[in-house]
Design a binder for this molecule. Sequence first.
Ligand code: AKB
Length: 334
Amino acid sequence: RFPNSSRMSTSSTSAATPGDTILVIGAGGQLGLELTQELRQRYGASNVVAADVRAPKDAETAQSGPFELLDVLDKNRLEEVMRRYQPKQVYHLAALLSATAEKNPKFGWQLNMDGLFNVLDASVDLGVQKVYWPSSIAVFGPDTPRENTPQLTIMNPNTVYGISKLAGEQWCEWYFRKHGLDIRSLRYPGLIGYKSLPGGGTTDYAVDIYHKAVAGQPYECFLSEDTYLPMMYMPDALKATLDLMHAPAGQINIRSSYNLGAMSFSPKEITASIQRHVPDFKVSYQPDSRQQIADSWPASIDDSRARQDWGWQPDFDLDKMTGDMLLHLKQMQA
Ligand code: AKB
C-alpha cells in the first residue's frame, strides 16, 4: 500500500540500539511519566531525555536522567534540544485532552496541531529514525458504529481534540508517504494507572474512582452509570506502545493510527468491580458536559489489525486491573 521509502528499511527491526538517545516530549503527563520510566529502565536512564513544559513534579523523572524544559510550540527551542541530543527516536505526547480542549478550542487546536508539525518537521530535518505520536478513540464521532468500532469506518469527530487527532493521523500518514518518516501511532482508549493522574480527559473518572475508593471516600461520577467506553490499564498501554515501536517497519501496514483495545466497561461495572474489594464504597452520578463527549465515542473497539500486524494482545481485564490498582494505591498510601 505504501511506497518504499529511501530513508527507511522495511526489513529493519526497530528497537533502539544501546546508546541511541530517545526524546520524550510531554514526559510529565499521564502517559509520559510512565513511558519515560519504562524507557529509562530498558535503554538506560542517561539515554532517555525527558522534556516537558513544566519542571518535573516527581522525583523519579527529575533525578533519574536528563530533563529539558520545552514548550513544543517553541520551534527554535525544540530544534535546539534536538540538535543537542541528536535523538534517534522521538515520542511526542504533549497535547490538550478532550474536556480541556473543548474549553480552550483555539489553544487546543494550536497545541495539538502546531506541536505535531514542529516535531514532524524537526524530525525530518534532523534525520530522526522513528517518531511515536498518540491518537485516540476521540477520532470517532456520533456517526461511527459504537460497538466493536472498525479500523476503517465513518469518523466525523465532533470535539476539538478528536478533530485535531484525526487531522494529526492524516498528517502522520502524509509525512510517512512524502518524507519517509517512520512515524507510528495508536488510538488509545482511556488509560488507567496508579503512578500518574490524567488531566482534562473524558475517561479520567476511571482513575479518580480508585483514588476515592482507597481514601475511603464516596465518589461522584461525571458520567452516567451505563456509559460504556473502551479502557486500558497502563502496563498494557506501555506494552502496546513499545511493541509497536519495536516491530519491523515492514509489519506496520497502518500509517495513520492503529485501533487498540483491551476492555470496555461502564461506571456501574467499575464500581461493582471495586466493591468486590471495598464493599461499602459508594458512587453517585452527576453527568456534566463530558457526558456528551463520551456519548459520541465508541463503546468498544475492534483492534484486529493491531493483533494481525504486530501481535497485539492485552494482559488486563477489568477485575485484574482493579486488584492491581487497589493493591498499589494502598501500598502508596501506607
Ligand atoms: C480523553 O478522555 O480525552 C483521553 C482520550 C480517550 O484520548 N483519555
